[in-house]
Write a protein that binds this ligand. Structure first.
Ligand code: ATP
Length: 228
């Protein structure tokens, strides 16, 4: 379980996230949905340990201070940047070494194949499209075998084919028991992807739904009701 309790974050005097609490069960796909400026990235960056915040963040039995050391989570930023001088495979190898991951060469090969990157593994970082960079970043994240993966606006700038592929990857992660938290401002991008959704506005969660609760209801209508 990814558990967030009373998370707050101020930038100077501005409150970006105000006393937010939510949880995503193990192996489930959670969505933070809201317009620009709602506070989604701030939450994701706080979980990733990139910001100082007040409140409590816990993944399974690990409190925030232990999460980084134990490689419990992996974070993929909105604009992933790759090394110009490394190939696709070298990126993954680099992360493996840097983090002392026990992933095997064979597992890396399988992963690159699954992500349809095998035939691109010798391409340099700066020769890739945004979609491919996104997939390489996700591969790098998975190299540490995280229990939770945080994806900040992963669909922005991707073409429809890359979005479809990314969704398949995310679904597969869920099936493997990895907990996923995705931020997005585009409801249509995640309609068929989520297990639990948190709708955000101005630093607050104004609605949270499980897939079971929503059932066949029209998500667009629900969203409209909530945000007026
Ligand atoms: P977006 O998709 O546009 O990034 P978001 O929902 O992820 O939106 P945040 O990026 O978390 O929202 O921003 C929440 C609020 O905090 C916004 O009002 C934003 O202007 C402000 N903010 C974010 N980062 C900073 C920063 N480094 N310094 C000052 N204010 C910030």
């Amino acid at each position: 379980m990814l558990q967030i309790n009373n998370l707050s974050k101020k930038y100077g005097k501005q409150i970006a996230v105000d006393q937010v609490s939510f949880s995503v069960p193990d192996g489930r796909i959670g969505i933070l949905l809201g317009p620009n400026g709602a506070g989604k990235s701030t939450i994701i960056k706080s979980i990733a340990g990139l910001l100082r915040y007040s409140g409590n963040i816990q993944i399974q039995e690990f409190p925030a201070k232990q999460m980084e050391a134990k490689r419990i989570f992996a974070y993929v930023p909105e604009m992933p940047s790759l090394f110009e001088a490394l190939t696709v495979r070298e990126h993954v190898e680099y992360i493996r070494k840097a983090y002392g991951s026990k992933i095997t060469e064979e597992e890396i090969t399988d992963m690159l194949e699954r992500f349809e990157l095998a035939d691109k593994q010798d391409k340099m970082g700066n020769e890739l499209s945004k979609g491919m960079m996104q997939k390489v970043s996700i591969c790098c994240a998975l190299t540490v075998k995280p229990r939770v993966i945080l994806l900040d606006e992963p669909m922005v700038g991707l073409d429809p084919k890359a979005i479809k592929e990314l969704k398949e990857v995310v679904r597969e992660l869920g099936q493997q028991g990895v907990t996923v938290l995705i931020s997005t401002h585009m409801l249509e991008m995640v309609e068929d992807l989520w297990d639990i959704m948190f709708v955000m506005e101005k630093g607050h969660i104004i609605g949270s739904y499980t897939r079971e609760e929503v059932g066949d209801k029209d998500l667009d209508a629900l969203f409209f009701e909530m945000t007026g």
